[in-house]
Structures are given as C-alpha cells and as structure tokens.
Design a protein around this ligand. Structure first.
Ligand code: HEC
Ligand code: HEC
Ligand code: HEC
Ligand code: HEC
Ligand code: HEC
Ligand code: HEC
Ligand code: HEC
Ligand code: HEC
Ligand code: HEC
Length: 413
C-alpha cells in the first residue's frame, strides 16, 4: 500500500516535472529568456512544453540525458527550419481542430507562395519567418492587443526590417513604407480606433503574397472601396492604365502615403491629372471643369451653412432646412465619388442636385432671417408703444403730485 502510494507520487512528479524549465530558469541571458517568457505563451497555456518544439526528455535532471539526440533533442533551430517546425502542428487539421475549431491550417502553404517564403527556401535568412511576425516563446493569440500582429502593432513589426536600412542593405527595396504609411489616411483612421482601415497585412496578405480576394496587391483597394472600383472599372482609365501597366487607384493616390483627397488633385499646380493630360486636351479640360463644379458646390454649401447657422443662433426654427442641408452635403460626397467615372456629365448630375438643394436651404435661411427682422421690427414697435404709454402714465402721475389737493390747502390755513 505504502510503496504503491510512493510509486504513484513518483510517477506524478515525473509527469509534472519540467527539468527544461527548471534548469533554464536558473541560467543567464539567451538561455534564461525562453523560460521566463514562456508563461505568457499561448502554447504554454494550451498545455504544451519546451519538448513539443525542441524534443528531449524533461523528466530527467541530467542535462546530458535531457538534451540528448537519442531522446529527439534537436538543439539549435536553424532559421530555414522554423516554418516546418511550426507547421508540424499548424498544418495538422485534426490537432488544431481539438483546440480551435475553424482555425486555418494553411499558413505554411500561403507563406511558401510569398516573397518571404520563396527567398527563405532559397536560403536567404534575412526575410521574415513565422517568429519574426509572431515572436517566439511569448507567442500570443492574434487578437491579443499585445501580439506583434495585432493591427495597431503590425506596421511596427514589419517596419523592424522594412524601415531598417542596414537590414535591407543587400536588397533592392527602399525603406520608406512605414514612414509613408504612418502619414496616410489609413493609419490616421486605424490609430483612431477604426479597425476597418487597412494595415500592412490587409493589403499584402497575412501569409501569402496577396490577400485571397485579389490577384494582385494593386487591386486590393476595391475590396473595401467597392463603389469607387465599380466606377473606375467602367472609366476610360481602366483599359488605358492596364495597357500602360501602371496600376490603378495607386496612380493617383499612391499606395502607402495616401493623403486626404481634394480638388487640388484635379487642377492647379501639382494636380495628378496634369501628369498625363495637358490643359488643352480633352482630359485636361475635363479635369478643370470637374474641379470647378465641385468647388462651386462646396462654396454654395458653405454659404447656405452660414445663413442657416445665423438663423438658428438668433433663435429661429430651421431644423427642417438643416436636414435638407445634410442631403445637399451628401450630393457633394456623391460628386467626389463620381469623379472616378472621369466624365464631366457624371459629376454634373450630383452637383446640380446639390446646387438645387443648397439654393433651397439658402432661401429657407434667408426667409428665416427676414422673419426674424420682421419680428424684431414688431417687437421694436411694441416696445416703443409700451415705453410711450409708460412715459404718459409717469407724466400724468407727476402732474397729479405737483398739484396739492384741495383739502390740504384748507387744513394749512
Ligand atoms: C540542468 C540544466 C539543463 C537542463 C535540464 C536542460 N538544459 Fe537546455 N541548456 C542548458 C545549457 C547549460 C545550455 C547551453 C550549453 C549547450 O548548448 O549545451 C542549454 C542549451 C539549450 C538550447 C540551445 C541549444 C543551442 O544549440 O543553441 C535549447 C534549445 C535547450 N537547451 C532546450 C532544452 C530543453 C527543451 C530541455 C528539456 C528537455 C533542456 N534544455 C534541459 C542547460 C539545461
Ligand atoms: C512553439 C515552439 C517552441 C517552444 C514551445 C519552445 N521553443 Fe525554444 N525556440 C523555438 C524556436 C523556433 C527557436 C529559434 C529562435 C531563433 O532562431 O531566434 C528557439 C530557441 C530557443 C533557445 C535558443 C535561444 C537563443 O537565443 O539562442 C533556447 C535556449 C530555447 N529555445 C529554450 C526553450 C525552452 C527552455 C522552452 C520551454 C520553456 C522553449 N524553448 C520552448 C521554438 C520553441
Ligand atoms: C510577415 C508576417 C507573418 C509571417 C511570416 C507569419 N505570420 Fe502568421 N499571421 C500574421 C498576421 C498578420 C496574422 C493575422 C492577424 C490578424 O488576424 O489580425 C497571422 C495569423 C496567424 C495565425 C492565426 C490563424 C490565421 O491564419 O489567421 C496563425 C496560427 C499563424 N499566423 C501562424 C503562422 C505560422 C505557422 C507561420 C509560419 C509558417 C506564420 N504564421 C508566419 C503574420 C505573419
Ligand atoms: C506542438 C504543436 C504546435 C507547435 C509546434 C506550434 N504550435 Fe502554435 N498553436 C498550437 C495550438 C494547438 C494552438 C491553439 C492554442 C489555443 O488556441 O488554445 C496554437 C496557437 C498559435 C497561435 C495563436 C493563434 C490564434 O488563434 O490567435 C499562433 C500565432 C501560433 N500558434 C504560432 C506558432 C508558431 C509561430 C509556431 C512555431 C514557432 C508554432 N505556433 C508552433 C500548436 C502548435
Ligand atoms: C525579418 C525581417 C522582415 C520582416 C519582419 C518582414 N519582412 Fe518583408 N521582406 C524582408 C526581406 C529581407 C524581403 C526581401 C526583399 C527582396 O526581395 O530582396 C522582404 C520582402 C517583402 C515583400 C516583397 C517586396 C518585393 O516586391 O519584392 C513584401 C511585400 C513584404 N516583404 C512585406 C512585408 C510585410 C507586410 C511585413 C509585415 C507583415 C513584412 N514584410 C515583414 C524582410 C522582412
Ligand atoms: C492600402 C494598401 C497597402 C498598405 C496598407 C500597405 N501596402 Fe505595401 N504596397 C501596396 C501596393 C499596392 C504596392 C505595390 C506593389 C504591387 O503593385 O504589387 C506595395 C508595395 C510594397 C512593397 C514593395 C516595395 C515598394 O515600396 O513598392 C513593400 C516592401 C511593402 N509594400 C511593404 C509594406 C509595409 C511594411 C506596410 C505597412 C507599414 C505596407 N506595405 C502597407 C499596398 C499597401
Ligand atoms: C481594408 C479596407 C481598405 C483597403 C484595402 C483600402 N482602404 Fe482606403 N480606406 C479604408 C478606410 C476604413 C478609410 C477611412 C474611412 C474613410 O474615410 O472612408 C479609408 C480611407 C481612404 C481614403 C480617404 C478618404 C477620405 O474621404 O478621406 C482614400 C483616398 C483611400 N482610402 C484610398 C485607398 C486606396 C488607393 C487603396 C488601395 C491602395 C485603399 N484605400 C485600400 C479602408 C480601406
Ligand atoms: C485618375 C486619378 C484617380 C484614380 C485612378 C482614382 N482616383 Fe480616387 N480620387 C481622385 C480625385 C481627383 C479625388 C478627389 C475628388 C475631390 O475631393 O474633389 C479622389 C477621391 C477619392 C476618395 C475620396 C472620396 C470622398 O468621398 O471624398 C477615395 C476614397 C478614392 N478617391 C479612392 C479611390 C480608389 C479606391 C480608386 C481605385 C478604384 C481611385 N480612387 C482611383 C482621383 C483618382
Ligand atoms: C497616368 C496617366 C493619366 C493620369 C494621371 C490621368 N489620365 Fe486621364 N487618361 C489617360 C489616358 C491614357 C486616357 C485614354 C484616352 C487617351 O488616349 O487620351 C485618359 C482619358 C481620360 C478622359 C477621357 C477623354 C479622353 O481624352 O479620351 C478623361 C475625361 C480623363 N482622362 C480625365 C482625367 C482626370 C480628370 C484625371 C485626374 C483626376 C486624369 N485623367 C488623370 C491618362 C491619364
């Protein structure tokens, strides 16, 4: 009885024993770090141990035995061996399913088609492997805000190599992507908490060369900006740009440093259209006309905005007109979108609708202000007559007080 209990205890302690963790926790530097970090790793939390990746025998204290080749210990993991090491489990649908049903198991397959994967296979160790994006020994769930692949942290993760000139020295790539992206409308939206705005991997794919919906990274804009894509694909630029081999949206908006668009892109110094169309050409004159339409509507809307604001601030009821004004603003948005048909008529339609609405709200504001003036005149007249009546009353009282009453005269005597 006693001996079988001792045996049970021995077996239990052997199962629970983790000599790798114990010994490495007591070492220094690079040998200690894995043991310290591992407690936050999603694999530790799922019950995996050092031996699941490194092999060896964690039930014995003797390092010679614990880390012996005979027990499957592999020692140093070469960078070129990392994707296969991770994929041993991550490509195993049956295993992953037990922990996280519906989790994808195609990371290695996708990675192998990317520039990173192809170059690693050719022996280039400077490209990203699984651990450069996910870290190692403190790998977290991808939805964890502390994970290096969390959308807000990802640009920095890619930038660790792509913005480092010395790391990229042997490659024919510039190192401006991170800085340019950080100056874009997309980072602006993302950093303010709009997680629907793209980060590096939204356009370049998590593991593959491109996201699954598109055949090239350049076509990715349309997956989010669908309406603009539709207009563009029917425009004269679609086939013209395709035969020039210049890309599509990025010709005018760039890829990384996308700025807030404005009519400055259409006309004036530095306009994108003037790169290809001179002022006298059909495209050039269309650009100027479209700019005129949009800025005309914008000015009309600013004017009616001002009138309505003045009316409301002086206490007039203009809520109906303010709703119409919002509709008119919507026409301006539609016009900016319609630019992408690159036809004057397509822009004219929403602009004319906007002009009609702006004229209506301008009239409403003006008549509210006129009514305010009429009311003010009425109020003035009323005030003046009250004042006159009060003055009359005061004068009457004064004249009564000035005359001593008859009775007083007689008593005085
Ligand atoms: C009693 C202490 C001790 C135990 C137990 C131990 N290690 Fe080590 N380990 C070391 C020392 C010391 C080194 C560095 C010297 C060397 O490379 O042999 C090392 C090196 C390593 C390395 C780096 C190898 C390389 O070539 O860079 C890995 C990986 C490793 N250990 C994993 C493990 C795993 C997994 C276990 C459990 C199965 C384990 N260790 C058990 C002490 C230990
Ligand atoms: C999910 C797989 C995985 C697990 C689990 C894991 N490691 Fe590692 N480990 C790796 C990989 C991959 C590398 C290679 C890292 C590199 O190339 O920078 C590595 C490297 C190491 C090194 C060498 C560090 C260096 O900088 O030279 C040591 C030591 C080590 N691991 C110890 C451990 C210990 C101890 C545990 C358990 C507490 C553990 N590992 C758990 C994947 C793993
Ligand atoms: C260039 C960076 C990068 C590399 C290299 C990389 N990953 Fe990922 N990984 C990501 C990003 C980004 C996500 C998605 C994060 C999200 O959904 O927000 C991701 C997601 C994952 C997920 C969660 C499930 C999924 O597919 O969405 C797993 C598991 C994963 N990666 C494993 C791996 C493995 C294994 C490798 C190596 C074969 C690898 N990753 C290589 C960036 C990378
Ligand atoms: C021994 C099997 C095994 C190995 C080897 C392994 N993983 Fe995992 N990994 C898993 C399992 C199982 C999960 C799911 C755990 C959970 O969700 O509780 C997981 C989860 C993850 C996640 C989180 C995915 C999510 O849902 O957010 C990432 C990222 C990841 N692993 C990356 C790696 C990388 C990188 C390597 C190689 C260094 C690696 N794994 C090696 C089994 C493994
Ligand atoms: C460990 C360093 C490292 C990390 C991290 C890294 N990359 Fe790379 N990447 C490289 C290197 C090196 C190349 C190869 C350049 C070449 O073709 O010579 C490359 C190539 C690329 C290319 C192909 C460029 C081309 O046209 O040839 C793209 C796109 C890319 N990386 C995007 C990313 C994104 C997005 C991330 C983050 C999710 C990322 N990289 C993370 C090092 C890295
Ligand atoms: C809105 C989409 C989008 C985002 C976000 C994005 N890229 Fe790109 N990136 C592109 C397009 C489009 C290209 C042109 C490549 C092509 O036509 O295949 C490109 C090209 C590249 C290249 C090739 C070299 C070059 O500069 O042309 C690298 C490297 C790269 N991107 C890295 C990154 C990194 C790192 C991030 C995040 C900091 C990022 N990209 C964010 C769309 C994007
Ligand atoms: C993952 C979805 C997604 C992708 C892919 C994407 N965008 Fe965006 N884009 C957004 C979001 C979200 C915003 C910010 C909200 C807004 O203003 O619409 C935005 C904003 C913009 C703006 C500014 C709009 C404004 O009125 O200020 C432009 C221009 C733009 N994107 C162009 C592009 C181009 C060009 C590409 C391809 C290279 C692209 N986007 C790819 C989601 C995306
Ligand atoms: C030939 C140049 C050109 C091309 C190609 C182009 N755009 Fe634009 N885009 C413009 C101009 C000019 C504006 C600014 C209109 C304004 O603000 O007056 C604009 C505005 C925008 C806006 C802001 C609209 C708003 O609501 O204010 C977005 C978003 C946008 N473009 C996305 C795209 C996408 C996505 C593509 C590809 C399908 C694309 N653009 C192709 C020139 C172009
Ligand atoms: C990269 C060069 C390029 C840029 C930038 C560009 N276009 Fe074009 N555009 C063309 C080409 C090529 C055609 C095809 C017709 C042709 O051969 O002139 C075209 C056709 C047109 C047409 C049809 C009329 C015609 O000439 O057949 C209009 C209108 C037009 N563009 C307007 C614009 C506007 C507005 C902008 C700026 C927002 C712009 N384009 C920017 C190259 C460009």
């Amino acid at each position: 009885m006693k001996t079988s209990f001792a045996l049970l205890l021995f077996v239990l302690s052997a199962i629970a024993k983790d000599s790798c963790l114990e010994c490495h926790s007591a070492l220094d530097g690079n040998l200690k770090t894995p043991a310290v970090r591992f407690k936050n790793d999603i694999h530790a939390r799922a019950g995996f141990q050092c031996t699941d990746c490194h092999g060896g025998d964690r039930t014995v204290d003797d390092p010679e035995q614990a880390m012996s080749k005979a027990k499957g210990f592999a020692g140093h993991v070469a960078r070129t061996a990392i994707p296969k090491l991770c994929a041993r489990c991550h490509s195993d649908a049956a295993l992953i399913n037990k922990f996280k049903p519906q989790q994808r198991v195609d990371q290695l397959a996708q990675y192998s088609t990317s520039v990173h994967g192809k170059r690693l296979a050719a022996g280039d160790e400077s490209v990203a492997t699984c651990i450069d994006c996910h870290s190692v020994h403190d790998i977290r769930a991808v939805k964890d805000a502390l994970s290096p692949v969390y959308p807000l942290r990802l640009p920095e993760t890619c930038g660790r190599c792509h913005a480092d000139a010395s790391h990229m020295a042997g490659h024919k790539l510039d190192t401006t992507q991170l800085a340019q992206y950080r100056a874009s409308v997309h980072w602006d939206a993302l950093s303010k908490g709009d997680l629907s705005a793209p980060t590096c991997a939204s356009c370049h794919g998590n593991h593959g060369a491109t996201p699954p919906q598109v055949t090239s990274v350049a076509a990715v804009c349309g997956t989010c900006h669908a309406l603009l894509e539709q207009l563009y694909s029917k425009s004269p630029h679609q086939s013209a740009f395709a035969s020039m081999g210049v890309g599509s949206c990025t010709v005018c908006h760039s890829n990384h440093e996308i700025k807030k668009p404005s009519i400055k892109m259409l006309a004036g110094e530095g306009a994108v259209c003037s790169q290809c169309h001179d002022a006298s050409s059909a495209g050039g004159s269309a650009a100027v006309e479209i700019a005129g339409l949009i800025s005309g509507l914008s000015t009309a809307l600013d004017k009616s905005d001002l009138t309505l604001t003045r009316a409301r601030n002086s206490g007039m009821e203009v809520s109906e007109a303010q709703l119409r004004q919002m509709e008119a603003r919507e026409s301006l948005v539609k016009a900016r979108v319609a630019v992408h048909a690159f036809q004057v008529a397509a822009v004219k339609k929403p602009v004319n609708e906007g002009f009609a609405l702006a004229a209506e709200t301008q009239r409403a504001g003006e008549s509210a202000l006129k009514e305010r003036d009429t009311r003010r005149v009425g109020l003035g007249v009323a005030l003046v007559s009250i004042l006159l009546a009060m003055t009359g009353l005061w004068l009457a009282i004064r004249s009564l007080e000035a005359k001593p009453p008859e009775s007083e005269k007689s008593i005085g005597r």
